[in-house]
Ligand binder design. Structure first.
Ligand SMILES: [Zn+2]
Length: 375
């Protein structure tokens, strides 16, 4: 308001007052302050000036000088404004009943309010207080909706995986137990040095986050796959288990595990087949999912994005996609073995175990990889 009273000249002339009393914001307060300075001794006057932000030693920190400056300022504002301010100050019922409050009370009220502000955190059944926030706690707060959505998608994936080919839905207990096991697994698998692009495929399969028809990125229309089969039970089930390149990857895995019945939970939820070490299986399953993804991309380029290749694939195209997937699987295992010594978290490696063993110098090697098969 003070700034608006007389434009730039006003600002310049009365700059010492504005800068010296930064909390003096209204003409009414200025009139009131003049009265205070006139009524009280210099000590009380200095205290009143302090409430408006006067610093000791400043030009306007002394009551007499401040009064002169305030009167000079008031003489520069339009008469009607000054009259209105004086009328307001004269009729003011008292500090607590009137508005605005003096700065020290405003500051107290702000401190009181700030001390009580916070965010209710449903998950933790607690309140994050404004005065206690950190970058970490605020980030966690922002992530709550995303975490909730991810948890729902994980739960849907668990149900999808447990539904099996017979389409018998799991019981709530079965689904809850599998989800708990998956969560535990997600934390532990993160400690293994699996390449990021293979880890990403696994994460996206869990979220159903591929741009294939029926995925969460696309909607509606689900046409038969180029392998010739309908995408029965959804695109995730087809491309990451049933489609020809995916089935080829399963066969490749079964060469190491003859007689084992593999299902979607073994790959999607990293459930370890009986008799195998967890760590090795996590490497195998993530390599297999990535290989299935490679096979799908080879068979259905541009799938879900529009403008891709449609119609039944030729026998050559199908064979090429299956071969790409098989090579990607073998490459995945080899890439992990190439890190050398078994990392912590891989678990025990029996001398006659499948997939990965320890060789000369304790270094990892891939079991039974045909010569020249690595792409
Ligand atoms: Zn297919």
């Amino acid at each position: 308001m003070l700034r608006a009273a007389g434009g730039r000249r006003f600002d310049k002339v009365h700059a010492p007052l504005r800068e010296g009393l930064p909390r003096l914001l209204t003409l009414g307060a200025a009139v009131e302050l003049i009265a205070d300075l006139a009524d009280h001794g210099s000590e009380r006057g200095r205290q009143a000036l302090g409430e408006y932000g006067a610093r000791p030693g400043a030009t306007v920190a002394e009551p007499e000088e401040a009064k002169v400056a305030l009167l000079a300022m008031l003489s520069d504002v339009p008469l009607a404004w000054r009259a209105a301010a004086e009328a307001w100050a004269a009729g003011r019922p008292g500090v607590l009943g009137g508005t605005p409050m003096p700065p020290h009370l405003v500051a107290q009220a702000e401190a009181l309010l700030l001390g009580r502000l916070g965010w209710a955190q449903e998950a933790a059944a607690a309140t994050l207080m404004l005065r206690e926030v950190s970058a970490k706690s605020l980030l966690a707060l922002i992530m709550v909706p995303a975490d909730r959505q991810r948890a729902a998608l994980h739960a849907a994936c668990v149900r999808d995986a447990l539904m099996g080919e017979g389409a018998v839905p799991p019981t709530d207990e079965q689904a809850a137990a599998a989800l708990t096991a998956l969560r535990r697994c997600l934390v532990r698998v993160a400690s293994l040095p699996i390449a990021r692009h293979r880890r990403e495929v696994f994460a996206r399969v869990l979220l159903h986050a591929y741009a294939y028809p029926g995925g969460t990125h696309t909607s509606g229309f689900v046409e038969p796959c180029r392998c010739g089969l309908p995408r029965q039970g959804g695109a995730r089930r087809h491309h990451f288990f049933a489609c020809a390149p995916a089935a080829g990857v399963c066969d490749e895995v079964l060469r190491h595990l003859p007689g084992v019945a593999l299902g979607m939970p073994h790959f999607w939820l990293l459930q370890t087949p009986r008799g195998m070490g967890e760590g090795v299986w996590w490497v195998v399953a993530t390599a297999a999912l990535h290989a299935m993804h490679v096979g799908r991309a080879a068979l259905c380029p541009g799938d879900g994005a529009g403008g891709g290749a449609w119609g039944r694939a030729t026998a050559d195209e199908l064979a090429a996609a299956c071969e790409a997937a098989r090579l990607a699987f073998r490459s995945g295992l080899q890439a992990f073995a190439d890190i050398g010594r078994p990392p912590k978290g891989l678990g025990p490696l029996p001398p006659d175990g499948p997939f990965l063993r320890k060789g000369a110098g304790g270094r990892l090697f891939v079991v039974d990889v045909p010569v020249g098969a690595i792409g």
